[in-house]
Design a protein around this ligand. Structure first.
Ligand code: C2E
Ligand code: MG
Ligand code: MG
Ligand code: MG
Length: 283
């Protein structure tokens, strides 16, 4: 609150804060039931080849089908789930569901044409003992080839140079699963740390992408990230592309893959099946 704000404004601020705290407590309390009832749904957003528009993969994005509040975006509940540790059972459900759905996609297209599924994993979830074992077990149960799975982690997980995290990433990659660094550019890490990270894919955060066409400095930064990533053998995916001008600038800069409302919004599993039937997927 700004200095000198009136008493009324201060009270309104306090009331809003109070409501926010209550809101979180309420959501926290309701999450247990939601997990028991499996009240979550997954939507999938296609990741495309920017030069052709053909799909190569789909990112799974969780939503909470709340009994009174409607469909809640992860921004409303993921941090509450992380704080409480409930992200572990929620994340387990996400992985199981996404692998099952992705295995169904494989059945609808020619062998080799199947898109991969890219699953978001919280740091807390990744650090939960047995995480890698559970992923490998679920993968074999679902019958999905390991190279059709990408796990998206964030820079937070990589902070602190944790040996066990490194070891787990290496284990996943040895099994043929790819690892993506999500929201690249928002964390604290320097470009040089990329050299040491066992990863395959780099996803450049939307705020960089939005300014690619209009801000020369931003474009230069993205070009630098692309050059370095490619030198290190990383595949780059641009996040949240909304404008054709940004897409064109990205292609000119050598970025091959991306996702965003310019192409597709997240869709339900049945719509993914219809989309695949229309054969808009590249091998
Ligand atoms: P993210 O992994 O970076 O996912 C991208 C977010 O950007 C998604 O929001 C997606 O719907 C949105 N998006 C995609 N294209 C556009 C665009 O062109 N414009 C705009 N304005 N937005 C776009 P969403 O679904 O609300 O998810 C938000 C975040 O929640 C995700 O960011 C991810 O960090 C987290 N999340 C989602 N699903 C899961 C999950 O299953 N587990 C975990 N741990 N986190 C998840
Ligand atoms: Mg993601
Ligand atoms: Mg992201
Ligand atoms: Mg994000």
């Amino acid at each position: 609150v700004a200095k000198g704000a009136g008493k009324g404004q201060w009270r309104r601020y306090q009331a809003a804060l109070h409501n926010q705290v209550l809101d979180r407590l309420e959501l926290r309390a309701e999450l247990d039931q939601a997990i028991a009832d499996r009240s979550f749904v997954l939507q999938y957003q296609p990741i495309v080849d920017l030069r052709t528009g053909a799909g190569i993969g789909l990112e799974s994005l969780v939503r909470w089908q709340h009994p009174t509040r409607g469909l809640l975006a992860p921004g409303r509940f993921i941090d509450v789930a992380e704080e409480s540790g409930l992200i572990v059972p929620i994340g387990d459900w996400v992985i199981e569901q996404a692998l099952t759905d992705a295995a169904a996609w494989c059945g609808t297209v020619a062998p080799g044409d199947s898109p991969y599924v890219s699953i978001n994993v919280s740091a807390r979830q990744f650090r939960d003992p047995g995480f890698v074992d559970r992923v490998l077990e679920r993968l074999s149960t679902a019958g999905l080839p390991a190279d059709r799975l990408v796990l998206e982690i964030t820079e937070t997980l990589l902070l602190g140079d944790d040996e066990r995290v490194r070891h787990d990433l290496v284990r996943l990659r040895q099994a043929g699963i790819r690892v993506a660094i999500d929201d690249f550019g928002t964390g604290y890490s320097s470009l040089s740390y990329l050299r040491k990270v066992p990863a395959d894919v780099l996803k450049i955060e939307k705020s960089f992408i939005d300014a690619v066409a209009s801000h020369p400095q931003q474009r230069a930064l993205v070009e630098g990230i692309l050059r370095l990533a490619h030198t290190l053998g990383l595949t780059v995916v641009a996040e949240g592309i909304e404008e054709e001008a940004d897409r064109d600038a990205l292609v000119a800069a050598g970025c091959r893959y991306g996702q965003g409302y310019l192409y597709y919004r997240p869709m339900n599993h049945p719509d993914v099946l219809r989309w695949l039937a229309d054969a808009q997927v590249a091998a």
